[in-house]
Design a protein around this ligand. Structure first.
Ligand SMILES: [Fe+2]
Length: 184
């Protein structure tokens, strides 16, 4: 699973940066450097595809509705959130530690059949290194109902997704349960 982890300041990001960064990608003799650039190129590909194809980046606006949300914005938020979750769950003294995120948090949260799609990285990030102090992690975004365990962490999704658009129709997730209860 690909985890979006390109370090670039969201405010400096624009289409020109994307194109320049892609143009700078080239052959380098060092394997690790080559791999790093390959991974960066993959991340840029994912970010560009996400910007073009996801409703999130067409519909969601920022700066008093003047600008569109960009993948670099959510990437920057991703890194801040990771740092917060790591610190908060490590320092918490609660009996049960629960994390609620929009995106999927482990590779197992990828929607079945999307594993080979690079765009899956825009729906699920590999945060398995953050699970150590988490009892329950709830996520959405993939519009699925899931309930599974990684290590000792229970991971749950009960997201409705789009719709229903007409009375009597099912929503995007046909097994969404509006009365779902989680006991911890
Ligand atoms: Fe979403």
């Amino acid at each position: 699973m690909q985890c979006l982890c390109l370090s670039i300041d969201a405010d400096e990001w624009n289409d020109r940066t994307e194109l320049l960064s892609l143009c700078e990608f080239g052959t380098v003799p060092n394997f690790e450097e080559n791999l790093r650039r390959e991974n960066q190129s993959m991340r840029l590909t994912v970010m560009m595809r996400a910007a073009e194809g996801m409703n999130d980046y067409r519909k969601i606006r920022k700066k008093a509705y003047q600008l569109r949300l960009r993948p670099a914005d959510t990437l920057a938020r991703h890194w801040k959130s990771r740092a917060f979750i790591e610190r908060a769950t490590r320092e918490a003294h609660a009996n049960h530690r629960v994390v609620v995120s929009h995106h999927g948090c482990v590779r197992e949260a990828m929607r079945a059949g999307t594993e080979a799609d690079v765009l899956s990285a825009a729906y699920t990030s590999d945060c398995s290194d953050l699970l150590e102090n988490v009892d329950l992690w709830v996520y959405g975004h993939t519009h699925e109902s899931r309930d599974f365990t990684v290590g000792r962490t229970r991971i749950v999704s009960n997201s409705k997704g789009y719709g229903p658009w007409k009375p009597g129709e099912a929503s995007d997730n046909p097994i969404f349960d509006p009365n779902y209860v989680i006991e911890i």
